[in-house]
Design a protein around this ligand. Structure first.
Ligand code: BV8
Ligand code: ZN
Length: 255
């Protein structure tokens, strides 16, 4: 386990004390929490998906309508990546944290299903999941598979689209309302591995802070949310999250 730098240590202890006293913790995750599992993020320069493609081509209904087989192939390659890789120490630490605080609501923008695989429960998937899909024309449910031939609808032969939320599409109402309610009721919100540029997900930390919560960010670099934070834990989630849980455990067993 790489050592945590000393200056990060003091910020960590502040967050650990807040977690130890919290009745309800919310965690908002983005693609960065899966980076150490080997899955590309979206906006990291050079390595991110959007570094080589335009979001409008791939993550919009018009992009799909223009070239369904190209977009289907991109999502199926991501599905294969998600099935080939595994949750990392950061995902596992969040599942462990959920067992150590009275209540934890995990809200994710990710579609890889890694939080559930790591053991987190009640995960709110704001942007859907790669394992689901439906017909772009008639809406009949049919999952994407991970082989190569284009996937068509059994009912109308239309193209199957991935069960994710594209730009300009509404988020799943139940998940979004539950996430908003949790943000406004929690004592601590951790934002992990998100650039904080996509709404309404990115509004959650601000809402939590406005409602009186302590908000902290875990990210190797500043994000669009950093100015809203009470604490910045500058480092990778796969290192910082396990260290958070280790120190929380030490505090709880000493008490
Ligand atoms: C909607 C598809 C309305 C899924 C994606 C205000 C309010 C409401 C909407 C808007 C608004 N302003 C603008 C909008 C429109 C738009 C929007 O937000 N646009 C932005 C770009 C300005 N929002 C929408 O269209 C949303 N829909 O609001 O609909 C509506 C209502 C009723 C009826 C009809 C419509 C839909 C948003 C969802 C878009 N879908 N993708 C997929 O393919 O996966 S967006 C895409 O960005 C992904 O979903 C992803 O989840 C999301 C956020 O990206 P991040 O997860 O943050 O990833 P990113 O690469 O950006 O950052 C990674 C971070 O990790 C970095 O900071 C990096 O430093 C860090 N990192 C790297 N390594 C590590 C690390 N961190 C920790 N550890 C590491 N090791
Ligand atoms: Zn159909």
């Amino acid at each position: 386990m790489p050592d945590v730098p000393i200056d990060l240590g003091s910020a960590l202890d502040i967050v650990v004390e807040r977690l130890a006293a919290a009745q309800h913790v919310v965690v908002l995750t983005g693609a960065g929490v899966s980076a150490e599992s080997g899955l590309p993020t979206f906006r990291d320069a050079l390595t991110g998906h959007w570094a080589h493609r335009r979001p409008e081509e791939l993550a919009t209904a018009t992009g799909f309508a223009d070239d369904p087989e190209y977009v289907q192939a991109w999502y199926r390659s991501r599905l294969r990546e998600a099935r080939y890789h595994a949750p990392n120490a950061g995902h596992l630490a969040l599942a462990d944290l959920q067992r150590r605080v009275p209540r934890l609501t995990l809200v994710t923008q990710n579609v890889d299903g890694f939080h559930q695989k790591a053991g987190s429960t009640g995960v709110l998937e704001l942007h859907g999941n790669l394992e689901s899909g439906w017909c772009f024309d008639c809406g009949a449910a049919k999952p994407l598979d991970d082989n190569d031939a284009p996937v068509h609808c059994d009912a109308c032969d239309g193209y199957i689209r991935p069960g994710v939320v594209w730009f300009g599409e509404a988020l799943p109402v139940d998940a979004l309302f539950a996430a908003l309610a949790a943000a406004e009721a929690c004592d601590v919100l951790l934002a992990v591995g998100t650039s904080g540029v996509v709404y309404p997900a990115a509004s959650l930390p601000g809402r939590a802070r406005q409602a009186g919560a302590f908000v902290a960010e875990i990210n190797p670099v500043p994000s669009a949310l950093s100015d809203e934070m009470d604490a910045l834990l500058t480092g990778p989630g796969g290192t910082v999250l396990p260290e958070l849980v280790r120190r929380l455990n030490r505090l709880q067993t000493a008490a």
